[in-house]
Design a protein around this ligand. Structure first.
Ligand SMILES: [Cu+2]
Length: 157
């Protein structure tokens, strides 16, 4: 069967690209540790042992300067939407979605998460500078998406 020279070139290029993508996928998974949320992300271990219901939104202090936030995301709000902590505090966020995929991005920090229904997204951050940190949903989730926000208020000591 005759294959035109240009067609062969495109078939070869497509095959090479597939191999490059497969190698990149393997590298990001095996070397960089990039992965999808799995079974280990479905529970909140510390809350399971305590009196705090993971189906509610709450902030609790674990120790001086150490806080844990259980956050519920749904169209179109975060619960809790206001978190007040002293400067220097380290906060671990556990975020669940009650409906569809949302995002969670805290302004001027490295915290940026996808909130996938059935999974718990987790991030830990130390707020050293006092001030107000806006957090927003960064995944379009419907007509009220732009209202979906809250703030972390970091109070000076
Ligand atoms: Cu949204």
């Amino acid at each position: 069967m005759h294959i035109d020279r240009h067609e062969r070139m495109w078939i070869t290029l497509s095959g090479v690209l597939l191999i490059v993508f497969a190698v990149m996928l393997g590298f990001s998974s095996a070397v960089l540790g990039v992965r999808l949320p799995g079974l280990s992300d479905q529970l909140l271990p510390t809350a399971a042992a305590g009196p705090h219901d993971i189906n509610e939104g709450w902030v609790r202090q674990l120790a001086p300067g150490r806080y844990e936030v259980n956050m519920r995301a749904r169209v179109w709000n975060f619960n809790p939407s206001e978190i007040r902590i002293p400067a220097g505090s380290t906060v671990t966020f556990y975020i669940h979605s009650e409906d569809i995929i949302h995002g969670f991005k805290i302004q001027n920090t490295t915290v940026s998460l996808m909130i996938i229904p059935g999974q718990v997204a987790k991030a830990t951050y130390t707020f050293t500078e006092p001030g107000e940190y806006l957090f927003v949903c960064h995944e379009y989730c419907g007509a009220g998406h732009h209202f979906m926000s809250g703030r972390v208020i970091v109070e000076a000591l």
